[in-house]
Design a protein around this ligand. Structure first.
Ligand code: IPT
Length: 971
């Protein structure tokens, strides 16, 4: 039997029907009516709804229906649940067909037209700013058409259907032929999730307008031409411009840049409408293989931003959009890639206003085709040509008047194919003033730059030098070799990390061709859930019962879901600081490098502080006005204040560059950049000589304040503190980056470490003896199965009656291959009342070998609870680096640890093993001990969850290590 498959309506790849041509996003004096409101709603399990289209009729009785807010996602309002897959489609790949189980939402909304609405003047359009993924619209029973393109607007002409009383009916299918091109790495969340608006289009109002505003840096003049249909006048009072549309004028202007986002307020006037304009003059080019704006090379300090809010999903409100822009600006970012679709248009208004370079991306991703060798990929399928061109067109038309957008991106992870080339041509034809980006086609046909994601440091360096491996096609290779380079994604901010940011930044600053990148990504997409006991946690993939899912890969942002900054955000802010200061106390100078692309430093003042062993000595300010003038790319110098310091202890200068006055995005005093350096050479560490001999008394040995079991050598008591399980520790709770398979070496630390048994090390006691001044315990720490082990000798001596020093010597034996160690240190179980930690060292936040740029030397006091970083997926966290001393105290006796000279410090209420097993923060339950780790070192963090492993210089090799510190019980 021959079966013929007929695609259903929503399985047709035609992008829309009945819609008006795309046009620029604009607000104007024309009347508009927001139709955002609670709508009547019902959900059906399939696209074929029981009573057909009956619901579209104005007389349909929806009295029994629920209501749901518009805009929103129904899965966040009790209908089904969000679902997370990264690359995979949640259904069989068989375009354009989608499953019969296709959640379908019917919406109904009754509204009255305001009395003033001029029904007889011009027309009225109904606008949807975003509906996922396929929808059909009726007004008063009249079918208007259908549309796709979830994150793109669609307008329908409703003039003939509109009355004084109206019933709007919308049917939305979650899955459609369009789903195949919307396979972005995010939650699947259907619904009418952006605004719905009724907009009056008076006769002779602006059908569309295109602002062309360029800047010539050689003359300091801008050229403005506003195209409009119909023609009208353009008025820009500040520039004395009052001229016909379609004509060009060149005048002296302040240009627009992300650093100084100068906008000129104007108005476009036709006989029917006044459209306010925000004009930014700037010229984007590729000049000599480098992206320039207004004649200058720019450096992207960027981030990838998905739209996400833990309550609203992608239905963001304006306040959240503003918050995102402010967070970016306050953390020194200057660029955003709108991954992987055009954002809500208001976000782009904010980018214009506050200043961010924008890569605006087409709503396109077909990543799930990769697994089948890209067979049937819509990017190459003629069946999808119209849909893809439609998406490119609607993005460009909607967003073309934003000065902040300097690059159009064709989409993300959509393989290669002729449709992409056609999109590129279409965009270039319409708007030659911006550059084109697409990462997925390494040949760079149809793009203006070479873009990569997660290229290793080594590869970025090769690209910087122009010695990257060639393409097969010599012509394309020659072309690409002359192109500017960006990392459209790098430094995967999943869990603890990313590591290696500093080294990336150094490459971007070194090689003109390497123009920076965009960290993946801005925010963890986590939804709040509650345990049966009422404890809240962030849910990720799999927590909603998805049949297939990608777990916590959705949790890879610089912000936690509630927009609290993660340590990664603080690190990135420091690494990309636009001002670099370096102090030299021996010369008495501070050099200041202006790393802005356009700005001078007049907006900054300096504040300084001198500290002695973490205690305040002096502070002061240096006024913006008294600082030397330092042009972008130039370095200036100031003299350090003269303050006498002696050689006892550590004296540190801290210099901080802060906003001198309130900026639109930050308060006066907001820190932009800082540096620290010692005021005098650091004192050499003094090793404490033993002065009190060990004493054996029956079953115990005492060394100063420490008591040991004489048989197994275990430390059991430190002054008044009971100690549990003090021993060498090489394990850490696996981080997301440990778990990942590194792109460069194909290694997964987690796989190697579990296989090696580093989580199940046994400690064999080889000898316990008093040797002169020392109590010496010789052990061999090793997991089962293999011959490898760590010969570990603990030498305990007492510098005085009140302290005991541990000198640890660790020596690997057996076959270690190229294994690395997770950590190397000593773990102590202490009484749980020890809840507070004070330390002098780096802080205040966690820092690891390759995530430590933002750590400042100082004295800090935290509770143990506050020292934990609540990663959505629990993992190693909270280690403080370069600690000189720490005191852990509680209601009973406390303990002081003194480094010789430095150690890394971790304190927790659960063991590493418990931390390693936890899946959500609520799995972590305080136990009967506080666990203190005094570490020589931990392996770096890297960005192996999606990228490369730890750089060699931050890896922890199993070599011979000697390490000592002093323990001093406190009364
Ligand atoms: C890359 C995707 O472009 C991005 O959307 C996100 O999924 C990221 O990975 C990982 O979080 S693609 C990857 C195969 C490099």
């Amino acid at each position: 039997m021959n079966v013929v498959y007929h695609p259903a309506e929503h399985e047709d790849t035609t992008p829309w029907r009945g819609a008006l041509p795309a046009r620029a996003w604009q607000q104007s004096d024309a009347r508009s009516l927001s139709l955002n409101a609670p709508y009547r709603f019902r959900l059906s399990p399939t696209a074929a709804v029981e009573d057909g289209d009956a619901f579209a009729s104005p007389d349909f009785n929806d009295g029994k229906w629920d209501t749901i807010p518009v805009p929103s996602h129904w899965v966040l309002h009790g209908y089904g649940a969000p679902a997370y897959q990264n690359i995979n489609y949640p259904f069989p790949v068989d375009p354009p067909f989608v499953p019969t189980e296709n959640p379908t939402g019917d919406y109904r909304f009754e509204f009255d037209l305001p009395k003033e609405w001029e029904l007889n003047n011009g027309k009225t359009v109904l606008r949807f700013d975003g509906v996922e993924s396929w929808y059909k619209v009726w007004l008063n029973g009249k079918l208007l058409g259908f549309s796709t393109g979830s994150r793109l607007p669609t307008e329908f002409d409703v003039t003939s259907a509109l009355g004084e009383k109206n019933v709007l009916a919308v049917r939305v299918h979650q899955w459609s032929a369009a789903t195949y091109v919307e396979d972005q790495d995010q939650w699947w969340m259907p619904g009418i999730f952006r605004d719905v608006t009724l907009i009056h289009r008076p006769a002779k109002s602006v059908e569309d307008h295109f602002v062309h505003a360029s800047y010539d840096h050689t003359t300091g003049k801008g050229t403005l031409k506003v195209d409009s249909n119909p023609a009208g006048r353009v008025i820009v009072p500040a520039l004395n411009i009052d001229q016909e549309t379609g004509t060009e004028v060149t005048v002296a202007v302040e240009p627009w840049t992300a650093e100084n986002p100068h906008l000129y307020t104007g108005v476009l006037v036709t006989d029917g409408e006044r459209v306010p304009l925000q004009i930014g003059f700037r010229t984007v080019k590729v000049d000599n293989g480098v992206i320039t704006v207004n004649g200058k090379r720019i450096l992207f300090r960027g981030v990838n931003r998905h739209e996400f809010h833990p309550d609203m999903g992608r239905a963001l409100d304006h306040a959240t959009m503003l918050q995102d822009v402010l967070i970016m600006k306050q953390n020194n970012m200057n660029a955003v890639r709108t991954s992987h679709y055009p954002p809500h248009p208001h976000f782009l208004d904010l980018c214009d206003e506050y200043g961010l370079w924008v890569i605006d991306e087409v709503d396109l991703e077909t990543h799930g085709f990769e697994i089948d060798g890209w067979k049937g990929n819509p990017s190459a399928a003629p069946q999808y040509t119209e849909a893809l061109l439609n998406r490119a067109d609607r993005m460009v038309e909607r967003d073309k008047n934003h000065p902040s957008i300097i690059i159009w991106s064709l989409g993300n992870e959509a393989g290669t194919g002729n449709n992409l080339l056609l999109m590129s041509k279409q965009i270039k034809k319409r708007d030659s003033s911006r550059l084109i980006h697409y990462e997925g086609d390494r040949s760079c046909e149809g793009t203006d730059m070479y873009s990569r994601m997660y290229a290793s440091h080594l590869e970025v360096e090769e690209i910087g030098k122009g010695i990257e491996p060639p393409l097969d096609d010599p012509e394309l290779d020659a072309k690409r070799r002359k192109m500017p380079f960006i990392q459209c994604e790098y430094a995967h901010a999943m869990g603890n990390g990313p590591g290696g940011l500093l080294e990336y930044q150094q490459l971007f600053e070194k090689y003109p061709r390497c123009q920076g990148g965009f960290v993946w990504e801005f925010i963890d997409h986590g939804f709040e859930k509650t345990t049966p006991e009422g404890k809240k946690y962030w849910a990720y993939g799999g927590d909603f019962g998805e049949e297939i899912h990608d777990g916590n890969f959705i949790s890879d942002g610089l912000l936690f879901p509630n927009r609290d900054p993660s340590p990664g955000m603080l690190e990135y802010k420091k690494v990309i600081e636009p001002v670099k200061m370096t102090g030299d106390a021996s010369k008495g100078t501070l050099s200041i490098y202006n790393g802005y692309d356009f700005s001078d430093l007049k907006h900054l003042s300096l504040w300084w502080k001198l500290e002695h062993n973490g205690e305040f000595v002096a502070e002061g300010g240096i006024d913006a006005a008294t600082l030397p003038e330092i042009a972008p790319g130039k370095t200036g110098e100031i003299k350090l204040p003269v303050i006498a310091v002696d050689g006892k202890g550590e004296f540190w200068w801290t210099f901080s560059a802060r906003l001198a006055d309130k900026a639109p995005w930050g308060e006066a005093g907001h820190e932009v950049a800082w540096t620290q350096f010692p005021a005098i050479a650091l004192p050499a560490p003094v090793s404490a000589p033993a002065s009190v001999k060990p004493v054996k008394d029956g079953k115990t040995v005492t060394v100063g304040p420490a008591t040991f079991n004489a048989v197994d050598g275990q430390l059991v008591q430190l002054g008044g503190i009971k100690v549990d399980g003090a021993k060498l520790d090489i394990w850490r709770a696996i981080t997301d980056n440990d778990r990942g398979i590194s792109f460069d070496t194909k290694r997964s630390m987690a796989d190697e470490w579990y296989a090696a048994g580093f989580d199940r090390v046994h400690h064999r006691i080889d000898s316990v003896a008093i040797e002169g001044d020392a109590f010496v315990v010789a052990t061999r720490a090793a997991p089962a199965i293999r011959n490898r082990g760590l010969r570990t000798v603990y030498r305990w001596t007492a510098p005085d009656a009140g302290s005991v020093k541990l000198s640890l010597s660790v020596e690997p034996e057996g076959d270690w291959g190229n294994l690395l160690l997770p950590r190397l240190g000593v773990r102590f179980g202490l009484p749980k009342d020890l809840a507070n930690v004070e330390w002098f060292g780096c802080g205040p936040n966690e820092a690891y070998a390759d995530t430590r740029t933002a750590a400042k030397v100082g004295k800090y006091a935290y509770t143990i609870d506050a020292m934990q970083t609540p990663y959505v997926f629990p993992q190693e966290n909270g280690s403080r680096i370069d600690v000189r001393w720490a005191e852990i105290t509680g209601s009973g006796p406390g303990l002081r640890v003194e480094g010789e000279p430095l150690f890394a410090l971790t304190a927790r209420r659960w063991t590493t093993e418990q931390l390693d097993k936890a899946k959500h923060t609520t799995d972590l339950v305080a136990g009967d001990n506080v666990w203190l780790n005094v570490d020589l070192k931990l392996n770096g963090i890297g960005t192996g969850s999606c990228g490369e492993e730890v750089l060699v210089h931050d890896e922890l090799f199993p070599a011979k290590h000697d390490f000592s510190f002093v323990l001093r019980p406190l009364a």
